[in-house]
Design a protein around this ligand. Structure first.
Ligand SMILES: Nc1ncnc2c1ncn2[C@@H]1O[C@H](COP(=O)(O)OP(=O)(O)O)[C@@H](O)[C@H]1O
Ligand SMILES: O=C(CO)[C@@H](O)[C@H](O)COP(=O)(O)O
Length: 508
């Protein structure tokens, strides 16, 4: 009987559970989608019970359909969508739907935090208090739903709620805790100064654990519910981008991670906690003990493509729609797309910017629009790369992960826009594999993550920059960069118009 661990990748569109052996082979994989609710402009919510149910369905399928034996599954660890606020009452019941990382309703609270703490906030957290992060969401609840805030005794992040339902333990790992912007990065503890400034009881913050720490056995109840054994041990796990970086072998500052999930991420390994990008880029604790990473986030990367597909090609095969972009040209026959369809985080922290197609011409066909979407997302990544290059970073390899890494065409577009070699992974499950690696190290199967990386992480395809297309994309990126300043005022006005319409409707 081959021993394995489960890597649970709790994303925004779905959960994927991978069973991985000691030698890093994925022997089975199951997953399930769950819905995202956007009841008002800027809102993005999910029901935490959906995460638990979908994960359980995936585990049950691993046991019944893929014939994994419960006693074969030695450990479980988690990769979780970051920043989402889950509030529990004194009996650990959920108090309201989770407010997700792409929920941007808390602009007022973000401004209040900066007005009260100014640069000191960035000194403590190495981040700005952007809408996507957990603290502004918590303050939104405090101001707008005071009854709920008064009842809240525990704040968790998505994967930590899932762990709670599997083990009964209320804990959070450091890599996800930095994403709350309530952690003092240099002291590595909850910041009393921030909590006191906003009258947040310290007791709401759960105990902190490392990503490879044991976080308890599966409870009897969850064992009966899922079929897992109570002998199975869980481990801390990490933020999905930290786990993605582990699963993609991002272990030196010259390799950069490009992740196209619902969000998009350009991520760099940082060996020192003292580095501070002044909040222009995010700075987070890594899932690798005592290491860090920085990143810039495009809020709607895969989400822009999924939106396009859902809206204009609902009944067609996803891969065929994506690959139809090959019928267009570099620069989509003169059509550009800016992926700001739910606002943006990096390099423009602007909750009210919205997306655009620019240059629509009577000659354009649908495949030009698909191509423009693929290219526009990577131009947004290029903007983040520019921020790193301004600071002197030089990259020799981009490792491509996430749902977007299914498309070779999109990876070639990345190589040409970044002008850097792009590699894909043999095991495409970056965050899920990273979570499994944390469990493998936690189990003691490997001395540390570096030893585990040598066995688990293998690259597959290589996409080299094509000089002629690189120079075309440089010209196009110069044009793309004019879109944000040129459309800011117009799209802000349109968001304002929608808000007025919505409030008139709810008043009437
Ligand atoms: N065949 C495909 N080719 C390219 N991109 C795809 C394909 N299928 C799905 N995607 C993209 O992958 C994204 C989901 O990636 P995933 O890493 O699973 O996200 P998450 O972890 O946020 O749930 C979707 O938003 C979609 O745009
Ligand atoms: O907000 C961030 C990172 O700061 C997002 O990257 C979330 O962590 C969601 O990730 P995906 O569902 O797109 O993987």
């Amino acid at each position: 009987m081959t021993e394995c661990v489960l890597g649970v990748d709790l994303g925004t569109s779905s959960v994927k559970v991978s069973a991985v052996t000691r030698s890093g082979e994925i022997i089975a994989q199951e997953g399930m989608d769950f819905p995202l609710r956007q009841p008002q402009p800027g809102y993005a919510e999910q029901d935490p019970n959906d995460w638990v149910n979908a994960t359980t369905v995936a585990i049950v399928r691993l046991i019944l359909k893929d014939k994994l034996k419960p006693e074969q599954i030695k450990g479980v660890s988690y990769s979780g969508q970051m920043h989402g606020l889950v509030l529990l009452d004194k009996d650990n019941n959920i108090l309201r739907p989770a407010m997700l990382w792409n929920d941007t309703r808390s602009t007022k609270q973000r401004e209040e935090i900066m007005a009260k703490m100014g640069h000191r906030f960035i000194e403590i957290t190495h981040n700005k208090p952007l809408e996507g992060f957990t603290l502004p969401k918590l303050l939104w609840v405090k101001e707008n739903q005071p009854d709920i805030f008064a009842k809240a005794t525990t704040m968790l992040l998505p994967k930590d709620y899932l762990r709670f339902r599997m083990t009964g333990k209320l804990v959070m790992d450091y890599s996800d805790a930095t994403g709350t912007v309530m952690l003092d990065v240099e002291k590595q503890q909850w910041s009393k100064e921030i909590l006191d400034a906003f009258d947040i009881p310290e007791t709401i913050c759960p105990p902190l654990v490392r990503s490879i720490d044991n976080t308890g056995h599966i409870t009897k109840w969850y064992s009966e519910y899922s079929g897992l054994s109570t002998d199975t041990v869980t481990f801390g796990g990490g933020a999905d981008n930290a786990c993605g970086a582990v699963g993609a072998g991002i272990d030196s500052p010259t390799k950069v991670l490009s992740s196209i999930g619902t969000s998009g991420v350009i991520l760099k390994y940082e060996p020192q906690k003292e580095t501070n990008y002044e909040g222009v880029l995010q700075y987070e604790d890594h899932a690798i003990p005592d290491a860090f990473y920085s990143m810039g986030v495009t809020l709607a990367a895969g989400f822009s493509l999924s939106w396009f597909k859902r809206t204009f090609a609902a009944d067609e095969d996803f891969t065929e729609v994506v690959e139809s972009a090959a019928e267009s040209t570099v620069g989509a026959n003169g059509l550009l797309f800016a992926p700001y369809i739910v606002g943006e985080r990096a390099p423009y922290a602007d909750a009210d910017i919205r997306g655009s197609f620019i240059g629509i011409d009577g000659i354009h066909k649908r495949h030009d629009f698909v191509r423009a979407v693929l290219e526009g997302i990577i131009f947004s990544f290029r903007d983040i790369m520019d921020k790193y290059e301004e600071k002197g970073s030089q990259f020799d390899t981009v490792v491509s992960i996430g749902g977007g890494a299914k498309s070779p065409l999109w990876q070639q577009i990345q190589a040409n826009i970044f002008n850097v070699k792009v590699v894909s992974l043999k095991n495409e499950q970056g965050p899920g594999l990273g979570a499994a690696m944390l469990a493998a190290v936690g189990m003691g199967w490997y001395k540390d993550i570096s030893e585990c990386t040598k066995v688990f992480v293998q690259f597959k395809d290589v996409f080299l920059p094509e000089p002629e297309n690189v120079s075309k994309y440089q010209k196009l990126h110069d044009i793309y960069q004019k879109i944000y300043p040129s459309t800011k005022e117009i799209t802000h006005d349109l968001v304002g118009y929608r808000r007025e319409e919505q409030s008139a409707k709810s008043d009437g």
